[in-house]
Design a protein around this ligand. Sequence first.
Ligand code: CP
Ligand code: NVA
Length: 329
Amino acid sequence: MVNLKGRDLLKMKDFTAEEIEYLVDLAADLKDKKKKGISVADRHPGKNIALIFEKTSTRTRCSFEVAAHDLGMHVTYLDPAGSQIGKKESIADTARVLAGMFDGIEYRGFEQSIVEELAHYSKVPVWNGLTNESHPTQMFADLLTIREHFGYLKGIKLAYMGDARYNMGNSLMVTCAKMGMHFVACTSPKYFPDEALVAECKEIAAQTGGSVTLTSDAMEGTKGADVVYTDVWVSMGEPEAVWAERIPELSPYQVNKKIMDNAGPKAIFLHCLPAFHDLKTKIGAQMGARFNLTEMEVTDEVFESEQSLVFEEAENRMHTIKAIMDATL
Ligand code: CP
Ligand code: NVA
């Protein structure tokens, strides 16, 4: 019997396959209730949660806020500039202050060590809303979306294209290994995930029937894939200067029609979002003009195609974050 009361969600490595599946099941149930108009506001009435965002967000913030309201809770949002955190007050002190007022704390920011320290000093659950190294809440939305489409997780081949060294590549690799899925990092060797983490995930996969493969051959890596996944080439907090190397180095790993045609017959496209698939954003337009591009990690054609489930995936952020809070509070 899975019991997650009082647990933090800091990284996927901390959770067993059974616990992960339990949260995906709970999210599916909460989603079903929401669609049927069945209220769950009596689950956590009067509780309060704090949302700390040291980086910007649309999906994660809105998911926590809507999910909290649906569960009968109140929310306080601390924006990247509006608190003392890190500037006038240490993480350890912040954790002890907030834990005295709130029932749970979400943190989005920079190093993983910060969220780990926050959890260490907090007596209430801490949820990682993205660090440089991991993005665990995103994983549950991705698993729910994959399971809704295919009906199962074990044996699914997920090809990840682009910067596989960062939060999304790391978290997907760990998640796939745990769930008996086949993870392929399909990118230039410079962007392969950390060797020690790869070795650890290979060991986990050997137990679960999954696998971890690294390849720089885009066609071989995506051949027959069930899920083709990508993320932005430059992540939040990275220096502006890296754009000039990322574009030429990662362009061969753009998700386009040729890649999707090479994938499996029921293949879907996923992206944690936001995505640069056209020039309709400030940064997209700037980089488009600077590097003579109209799209980056994914073509507009694939992004807007029937195979793209990115908006279902985005909606699933809310249902899965609701499950995480419901289970841990
Ligand atoms: N996918 C994701 O975390 O989106 P936000 O940055 O909008 O929260
Ligand atoms: N790798 C991206 C993910 C955004 C959800 C970033 O860290 O900016």
